[in-house]
Design a protein around this ligand. Structure first.
Ligand SMILES: CC(C)(COP(=O)(O)OP(=O)(O)OC[C@H]1O[C@@H](n2cnc3c(N)ncnc32)[C@H](O)[C@@H]1OP(=O)(O)O)[C@@H](O)C(=O)NCCC(=O)NCCS
Length: 162
């Protein structure tokens, strides 16, 4: 694995990062561009995270430019990791690895004994990324149910979470 040659800063998300994060997510996560799934609204995701453990929402900055994100959360039993994304032009330089390590360290510092994450079945290559970092598939199936105003949201045709 190569390392970044210029210093990479990982820090907590700030409201001023919103536009850059939304642009990054829209490129990295096609579901954020799917207008038939209004529940997949990056602005809503950010606003929600700002009310729940906002200190576990991290961004990576390279030369003053936002190049990566990761969100984590700890519910007192398990930690979860979401929204790991690196700017397409900056991939394979170790930034994703650094973001995961940063989130893991923050969860560990809270006493979190295990972190879970979900990878879409269609993203086989991403599974390889996590396996290279020591993650292993658990013998479980992931089940979910939408609550509240999006309870009736139709599942995505791709099989991705609605
Ligand atoms: C997944 C992602 C964050 C990885 O970021 P990254 O900065 O490129 O990752 P790293 O450079 O730290 O990769 C470390 C190692 O993981 C493995 N790896 C990374 N991306 C991989 C890929 N697409 N396929 C296979 N292995 C991969 C390699 O072993 C790599 O080391 P190498 O470059 O020396 O071969 C990035 O590809 C991304 O943003 N993808 C789109 C969004 C996404 O799907 N996020 C995950 C949601 S679960």
């Amino acid at each position: 694995m190569t390392s970044t040659t210029t210093p990479l800063a990982i820090r907590c998300f700030d409201a001023g990062d919103t536009d850059a994060v939304v642009a990054l997510w829209q490129e990295a996560f096609p579901e954020y561009r799917d207008t038939t799934r209004p529940q997949r609204n990056p602005h809503l995701s950010i606003a929600n995270k700002m009310t729940t453990q906002p200190e576990l929402f991290f961004v990576a900055e390279l030369d003053g430019r936002l190049v990566g994100t990761v969100m984590a959360g700890y519910d007192g039993h398990r930690g979860w990791m979401y929204s790991l994304a690196v700017d397409a032009a900056q991939r394979r330089h170790g930034i994703g690895t650094r973001l995961v390590a940063h989130a893991e360290a923050a969860l560990t510092a809270r006493g979190c004994p295990k972190v879970n994450l979900q990878v879409l079945c269609a993203k086989d290559d991403i599974r390889g990324f996590y396996e290279a970092l020591g993650y292993r598939a658990d013998a479980v199936i992931s089940m979910g149910k939408r609550l509240g105003q999006y309870a009736d949201a139709a599942p995505a045709a791709s099989g991705a979470p609605a």
